[in-house]
Design a protein. Structure first.
Length: 453
């Protein structure tokens, strides 16, 4: 069912739109360029939508974009001095002999109107301007902190009993080192006596070997004494308890104490300076907020916005502003061409679909079913008491069978059906096979109402 209908080919439509644009682009570009710069161009002549092969020359000189822009710019430039002079002369005219000028009178009148319209706001404006001129930038000046330099530590002082013990020990060890190469006479005699006692025991008290042994014993005693003196000196030096070591250590501790105290004082000054800066910034922020609130209430521009416009103010009283070029037609982009082609294809497809459905069997069937529905609504009460079999076998389409019975079926069948429908419907109610056969036959009668294509 349904007529001859083809779905729209968007790709082909878009392709045709792009190709049409590509084919006509050189001509359109020539026309556009000529319309902008005021040149001449030959354009083809069309008749009834077809090209005739003839061309005509179009001169865009008097109506080009440049010509219009030039004419309008020159006209405005010629009128500007006259208008400015007229405004200036009008503002210089006296309202009355010896009275203010029209410009001054206008300004005074505006001032009076503003004051009368909103006295509170006008008074705030006057106070704001007065305070701006009298208020200094900063109410108090904060001096930068002066950092304290670290001083030279004082000379160390080693006092007390420990100092005396340390000094005596150093003198004794130093005196021992000064006696290097000698030994205590008592120690020498003890060494000699020990060797002699051994010689007497062996019976060689006066021999040469005995003399050598005594000399070697004395030499070893002196060497042992020197080694002991050096060991005592090295032990003292390594202990770190000499006078110079203690003095150096005390100097370092004193310097570290001075450095820590100075750092604490400098940190305190830095924190004080930071606190003063924060306090001043807070006060300045409050002042700026108050100024901004007043400006907002008065409808004035903030100072920051005024400063941002300084480059514009530096251009002078009459900066040159070139007129904007008036542009003609614009070329369509690829997206616009695709949209145009898609819309064209969709519209053609809709038109073809509507035309194909005008005389299709589906349309006829819709009309028939619509008539059946109206007939069923009109005779619902009457048919509800008669068409028992159709309501039992095809409850969803019994109105269509009623339409066939009343308008198409033979008279004898209609009379027979109306007389026996109620009894037959009760009999067939619990017989599904028979009900199916009757339902298929009734549906075939309904289908006969639809004309064949």
């Amino acid at each position: 069912m349904g007529g001859d209908y083809r779905a729209p080919d968007y790709a082909a439509a878009n392709r045709e739109a792009v190709m049409a644009q590509a084919e006509t682009f050189p001509l359109i570009r020539q026309i556009e360029a000529a319309s902008r710069i005021g040149a001449k161009v030959d354009v083809p002549v069309y008749q009834d939508g077809k090209a005739t092969g003839q061309f005509k020359t179009v001169d865009f000189g008097p109506m080009s974009d440049i010509a219009q822009t030039r004419a309008i710019g020159r006209a405005l430039a010629e009128m500007a001095p006259e208008q400015a002079r007229a405004q200036y002369e009008a503002s210089q005219q006296r309202v009355s002999p010896g009275g203010p000028t029209l410009g001054e009178a206008t300004a005074m009148q505006r001032r009076s109107e503003l004051q009368a319209l909103d006295p509170t706001r006008y008074g705030l404006y006057e106070t704001f301007l007065k305070d701006i001129g009298q208020r200094p930038i900063a109410q108090d000046q904060i001096e930068a902190p002066r950092y304290e330099q670290v001083g030279i530590p004082s000379a160390p002082q080693d006092v007390g009993e420990a100092q005396r013990i340390r000094s005596n020990l150093e003198r004794q060890i130093s005196a021992g080192l000064a006696q290097a190469g000698t030994a205590d006479p008592a120690l020498i005699r003890a060494a000699q006596q020990a060797v002699r006692a051994r010689g007497t025991t062996t019976g060689a008290a006066l021999s040469d070997i005995q003399s050598f042994r005594e000399a070697r014993a004395v030499s070893e005693a002196i060497a042992n004494a020197d080694m002991q003196r050096r060991a005592q000196a090295m032990s003292l030096l390594q202990s770190g308890q000499t006078t110079s070591d203690v003095a150096n250590r005390q100097a370092q501790e004193s310097f570290q104490n001075i450095l820590a105290a100075t750092g604490q004082r400098n940190t305190a000054q830095q924190q004080t300076f930071a606190g003063q800066m924060a306090s001043q910034q807070q006060r300045q922020g409050t002042q700026q907020q108050n100024i901004a609130n007043i400006q907002s209430a008065l409808g004035l521009q903030p100072i920051v916005s005024q400063a941002a416009q300084l480059p514009g103010l530096q251009q002078g009283a009459s900066p040159f502003a070139p007129p904007q070029l008036i542009q003609g037609m614009q070329q369509a982009g690829p997206g616009q061409l695709a949209q145009l082609g898609t819309g064209f294809a969709l519209q053609n497809a809709q038109n073809a679909f509507q035309a194909s459905q005008a005389n299709s069997p589906l349309a006829v069937f819709k009309g028939v079913t619509g008539g059946i529905e109206n007939l069923g609504q009109s005779f619902g009460a009457f048919a509800g008491g008669i068409c028992y079999v159709a309501r039992e076998c095809i409850p969803d389409q019994w109105e269509a069978f009623f339409f066939w019975k009343e308008l198409v079926a033979p008279v004898w069948f209609k009379s027979f059906y109306d007389s026996n429908a109620e009894k037959f419907a009760k009999w067939i109610k619990d017989k599904p096979k028979a009900k199916k056969l009757v339902a298929n036959w009734m549906l075939s009668r309904i289908k006969s109402l639809i004309p064949k294509s």
